[in-house]
Structure formats: structure tokens, C-alpha cells
Write a protein of this length. Structure first.
Length: 495
């Protein structure tokens, strides 16, 4: 199925600004579908004036669908649906008198021109399933009245409106609660769900006939200085999404001014009890902070262990024992680097390029210590790791530490030379190649049979924990190359 962008760019002459307006409309048109109890289809004009293309479609959550099949990407020839033709050509709303029985279900159609500025850039076809028609309730009449007002705003280019943040979880929907206000902010209708939200805030009377802004300010007083803009916003003078708290209840409100012809005539207010959602969010924030604190403490403990190993190393007189303790200190420090990175993020993922920079910095420092009068190790790296799960990052960091240290100590025996690190990530795999320009591996060297602890650690971590492979070889140009290849698709790695 093609996307809206595909349809608009391939089949119309609409500008990018028009497309942006359509996307803003579609981000909010579930509101119109639910108020109308109807399916909506967005038709955009063909660039050759042959008809219209279906660029988007949405179904109501408040009633039965009238369009079982998806129509996005379908072409509607001119004169096939006169309602759409007239609405687009004249910029006025058109409605059918008799229902259409084409889909074995009676469907009433309506065409709403979509205007941006002074230009009509599309038509919304509103299709209502009449199979279950009955005498509408007061709530349904209120919904339909609001739908008519919203349709007029769309046809006049006054909707969608900027300034409403619908991104946060818990955005109120039509079914959560609807309040209709007159031009003075007085409640003319409140749905049962809306009344329930205000009851939880502490309302004991009815909402109808009362100033919603004043009632809301009384039920949810600000903790600091009185916010006069709150009462103005709730009274429907501005398009706004706000949250209020009172009586241990958190409610999300969204106000939509109704100003056909530029004259303010009232507002629609959607409301929703988001107490439980916000409670869970606070728990998650607390949990994330706790996890970060744990990583921070683990890092501190590991650094303490590394410091103790360093002290013990200084007390030994045996070079082999000192070297063993330095190796242990370095390995403990590598794990500490991963936990330090995790302590700075709320996610259980690691920005591994930061870890690699720390590891490479350690290698360079050691090379300088080994060859203070030389140029030391020059590092060249290409590619990016991106984010990796913590379990992958810890094992990979330890493996790379061993490989880099071996390259600096054994591959570049003089303490100077070039170290190349290449990273290739794609198609669910990560390949890391480390190469030096030293003398290469000994002729009789067998990587799979060597008893060196460092290489055993690399094989165990890469093949055992990460399910990957390790290859070592001497390059034709001299030097040693180590390639680590691991799968990411099954590890939950972030891209």
C-alpha cells in the first residue's frame, strides 16, 4: 500500500507546504471521524485534472465502518462522484440526499474541501454507515454538531490549528470525554465520561450552565502563583493541550476553539483521566534513576577493585606477577567503562562509539609509556557502532580490549606504528576489523591452539556469549588483522 507521500508526489502537483498541511490534518483527523461516526478518505487532485487519488484513510472508533477495504492509492475518475468534484471546484461542503447502496450497506456521503490559505488542496469524503441507524441520543447529537463545526473549520482553512502538543501519551480522545462551550465559556453540554472526569477532580454539582474555566481553576488550583492563562485556555479561547491536577487526580484537557468565519462562537473541550498513566510514568522515571544509580555504584566498585589491584602490583617484585595484575586491572577497568556509560542513559543500551574512544585512549597512553621518545601508536578508525544492548556491549568491550592490547603490545613491538579499526554494521550483523602494521603473526602460530589467556578470553566472549566468530591472519603488506563478526538481529540491538 502506498503512503500519503508516495501518492501526493507521484500523482499530484501539490507543493511540499500543501503536503505538510495534509500531514498536520491527518495527525488530528481521528477527531472528525469519531465525532462523525464515519470513515474518512482524503482525495487529492490528479496533476492532469483527470480526477482524484485516495491519499489517506481512517475509520471511526465510535461506530461501524462503511469501508471494509482500504482504498489508499485508488484513482477516482472525474464525474464518478459529483460530490467530490463540486466540493473541490467550489470549495463548499456537499452532502448526498439519498444513501449509496453500492457496498450492500447504506452509506451516506459528504465531501469537505480541505483548504490551505486561499487554495483548496484536497477533499475529505465522509462516509457514514447507516445500517444501524436509530434515533440519535443527546450525546450523538452533540458529537454530530461538533463534527459539522469542525468540517466547516476545515473547509475554511482554520483547522488543523497549531499549538497543540498531541505527542505525549494520554492525549484525550472523543470517547474519553467531550464538553461543548458557548462563546462565553459556559458549558452547554458535557458527555457522561467528561462529567466523570470532573467528578474525580472533586466536582459535586453539574457542569452544564457553569463557566468551565472558573470551575476548573477551583477544582485544580495551581501550586504556585495563580495562572490566569489557565482559565482563558480552558474557556476555549486558544488551541491548547494542558494537564490539571486536583483531588489526587490528573486530567488532560484539550481545547479547540470554534471560530467559523473568524467569529468566536464557542469551543470543544476533550478531557481524559490520565492519573494512572502519569503514575506509571513516574514509576518508570524512578526505576530508570535507580538503574542508573546501580550502574554508577557498580562502576565505582569496579574502579575500587582496579585501584586495589594497582596497589598490589606496586608491592610485588616479580615482573610476571606485576604484568598479570596489570592485565586484571585493565579488564576490570573495561567493564567499569561500560557501566559508566550506562549510568548516563535511561535506556539499557550503550553508545558504543564512546566506549571505543575510551579503549583506544588507553591503548595510546600505554604506547606512549612504552615508547616516550617515539611517535607512539597512531589510530585510524572508520565506521560507527551506534547503540548496542548492555549485554552485547560488555562482552564486545572486553574482547576488543584484548585485541587492541595485543595489537599494541605484540603487533607493534616497538611501541609505535599504526592501528586501524574498521566498523561495518548492517543487515543484522556487526563486523569489527583491527589491523596493525607490525611484523605479523609467527609462522607457526595457531590462533585456535594458542594458550594465551587474552586470545582465549576473546574466543570465549565472541563465540560463546555473542554467537559470533573470530579470524586472525597476517596481511600481505605485513601486520596482523583480527576480524570479529557478531549477529545483532537476535540480540535486540538498537539501530
Amino acid at each position: 500500500m502506498p503512503s500519503t507521500n508516495d501518492v501526493v508526489r507521484a500523482s499530484t502537483d501539490l507543493a511540499e507546504e500543501d503536503l505538510a498541511w495534509l500531514h498536520a490534518l491527518m495527525a488530528d483527523w481521528q477527531l472528525l471521524a469519531d465525532l462523525s461516526f464515519a470513515d474518512l478518505v482524503l482525495w487529492v487532485p490528479d496533476r492532469y485534472d483527470r480526477g482524484f487519488w485516495a491519499a489517506a484513510q481512517i475509520r471511526p472508533t465510535t461506530g461501524p465502518t462503511a469501508l471494509v477495504e482500504d482504498v489508499i492509492g485508488h484513482f477516482l475518475p472525474a464525474d464518478r462522484r459529483p460530490l467530490v468534484d463540486v466540493a473541490f471546484a467550489r470549495g463548499v461542503i456537499r452532502r448526498e440526499g439519498e444513501p449509496d447502496w453500492g457496498e450492500e450497506v447504506p452509506v451516506r456521503g459528504e465531501a469537505i474541501p480541505v483548504r490551505r490559505g486561499d487554495t483548496v488542496i484536497g477533499v475529505i469524503a465522509r462516509n457514514t454507515n447507516l445500517a444501524a441507524v436509530r434515533t440519535p441520543s443527546r450525546l450523538e447529537l452533540a458529537y454530530l454538531g461538533c463534527a459539522s463545526e469542525l468540517s466547516r473549520l476545515i473547509s475554511e482553512g482554520r483547522f488543523p490549528q497549531s499549538g497543540t502538543d498531541m505527542g505525549r501519551r494520554g492525549a484525550p480522545r472523543v470517547g474519553d470525554g467531550l464538553i461543548r462551550l458557548d462563546a462565553d465559556g459556559i458549558v452547554t453540554y458535557a458527555s457522561p465520561n467528561a462529567l466523570s472526569v470532573y467528578r474525580r477532580l472533586g466536582l459535586s454539582a453539574d457542569l452544564s450552565g457553569h463557566d468551565l474555566g472558573a470551575v476548573t481553576a477551583f477544582l485544580a488550583p495551581p501550586s504556585g502563583p495563580r495562572d490566569e492563562s489557565l482559565q482563558v485556555a480552558v474557556n476555549g479561547r486558544v488551541n491548547r493541550r494542558i494537564e490539571i491536577e486536583g483531588n489526587d487526580t490528573v486530567a488532560a484537557l484539550r481545547t479547540i476553539p470554534v471560530d467559523p468565519g473568524g467569529v468566536h462562537s464557542g469551543a470543544m473541550v476533550l478531557c481524559r483521566d490520565v492519573t494512572e498513566i502519569r503514575r506509571r510514568e513516574r514509576e518508570l522515571v524512578t526505576k530508570d534513576a535507580t538503574i542508573r544509580e546501580i550502574h554508577h555504584r557498580v562502576k565505582n566498585n569496579l574502579q575500587t577493585v582496579a585501584a586495589l589491584l594497582r596497589l598490589q602490583e606496586r608491592r610485588l617484585d616479580h615482573p610476571e606477577g606485576q604484568a598479570a595484575l596489570r592485565e586484571a586491572e585493565r579488564r576490570v577497568g573495561t567493564i567499569a567503562v561500560v557501566h559508566e556509560t550506562l549510568a548516563r542513559t535511561a535506556e539499557d543500551v550503550v553508545e558504543f562509539d564512546d566506549v571505543l574512544e575510551r579503549l583506544l585512549g588507553t591503548v595510546v597512553e600505554l604506547s606512549v609509556a612504552e615508547a616516550p621518545d617515539e611517535s607512539a601508536v597512531q589510530v585510524h578508525r572508520t565506521g560507527r557502532f551506534g547503540e548496542l544492548p548492555a549485554t552485547v556491549a560488555t562482552a564486545l568491550a572486553m574482547a576488543l580490549t584484548e585485541v587492541l592490547q595485543n595489537a599494541a603490545e605484540h603487533g607493534l613491538r616497538t611501541g609505535a606504528g599504526t592501528l586501524k579499526v574498521e566498523v561495518d554494521r548492517g543487515h543484522g550483523r556487526l563486523t569489527v576489523t583491527v589491523a596493525d602494521d607490525g611484523p605479523g603473526l609467527p609462522v607457526d602460530f595457531d590462533p585456535s591452539a594458542t594458550g594465551r589467556l587474552g586470545l582465549q578470553i576473546v574466543r570465549t566472549l565472541v563465540t560463546g556469549e555473542l554467537g559470533g566468530s573470530v579470524q586472525m591472519q597476517t596481511l600481505n603488506t605485513g601486520g596482523t588483522q583480527v576480524m570479529i563478526d557478531i549477529p545483532l538481529s537476535g540480540s535486540g540491538a538498537a539501530n
